[in-house]
Design a binder for this molecule. Structure first.
Ligand code: ADP
Ligand code: MG
Length: 269
């Protein structure tokens, strides 16, 4: 690897899909919790002005003094914005609605696509000891999402097991390709994970078959079922792994984490 800071630093994964409500935030929180359960040190960066990952991990808006906004646009250290969560090994950089103006403010900045990368490089340099950084992207292919892709080693794409799931995926892949040719040639696709899967529903099965036919090995074997415990957990400010540790949702996210770790040790070997 040509970049020494990256080689020794955390693996950075952008969780992205420009569609809203497909399971990005849920996947970020619960994959993060599952990796932390494995003893890894995980940082979640909330890059969505809606701040759902922050709320879902129990950091209330009035407790978000320093956020991703300051990290991107003001001269502030990563150490000042990292917050511990109730989950051991899982930390968070929170977001507020302030971030919604960042997309516009960034346009006048020469380094507009590189701001998150610059900020997260500190994570590698300053010895925070993170193994994984997961970035929860907004439901848009805007400059915030581009910042995530420029900062990341790979992109993880949650795909909702619904009609039209695959639509829009080509736009996402195009953006990934653009980022590769411009700012981040090493950007990989970590994989595609099917979310809100309902095994009794023909449509879910059809989406899975289409996804596997079109995307092959990119699709994780682990499939996240539609599970009410998963949707209840954020209102208790917990990942489902902590809220109902034996639920189907929790088990599926553990499988996803295991599969991801296996893939990554293979790559590193
Ligand atoms: P996004 O971040 O892509 O907008 P979310 O992760 O917020 O999507 O999920 C959208 C909604 O679907 C939320 O209300 C969430 O609780 C719910 N949800 C996500 N995954 C599941 C699941 N596996 N089972 C049940 N509900 C889910
Ligand atoms: Mg979200």
């Amino acid at each position: 690897m040509s970049d020494p800071t990256r080689a020794s630093g955390p693996k950075i994964i952008a969780v992205a899909n420009q569609k809203g409500g497909v399971g990005k935030t849920t996947t970020t929180i619960n994959l993060g919790a599952a990796l932390a359960e494995q003893g890894l040190n995980v940082l979640i960066v909330d890059l969505d002005p809606q701040g759902n990952a922050s709320t879902g991990l129990g950091i209330e808006p009035d407790e978000r003094e320093y956020t991703t906004y300051e990290l991107l646009l003001e001269d502030i250290d990563l150490s000042d914005v990292i917050r511990p969560t109730e989950v051991g090994g899982l930390s968070l950089v929170p977001a507020t609605v302030d971030l919604s103006s960042a997309d516009i403010e960034l346009y006048t900045n020469e380094r507009r696509s590189f701001l998150l990368r610059g900020a997260l490089r500190q994570a590698a340099m300053a010895g925070f000891g993170f193994d994984y950084i997961l970035i929860d992207c907004p439901p848009s292919l805007n400059l915030l999402t581009v910042n995530a892709m420029v900062a990341a080693d790979s992109v993880l794409v949650p795909l909702q097991s619904e009609f039209f799931a695959l639509e829009g995926l080509s736009q996402l892949m195009l953006t990934i390709r653009e980022v590769r040719t411009s700012a981040n040639p090493a950007l990989r696709i970590e994989g595609v994970v099917l979310t809100m899967y309902d095994a009794r529903n023909n449509l879910s099965q059809q989406v899975e078959a289409d996804a596997r036919a079109n995307l092959g090995d990119l699709v994780f074997n682990a499939v996240i079922p539609r599970n009410v415990r998963v949707s209840e957990a954020p209102s208790f400010a917990l990942p489902v792994l902590a809220y109902d540790t034996t639920s189907r949702g929790a088990r599926a996210y553990r499988q996803l984490a295991e599969e991801l770790l296996k893939k990554n040790t293979k790559l590193a070997a």
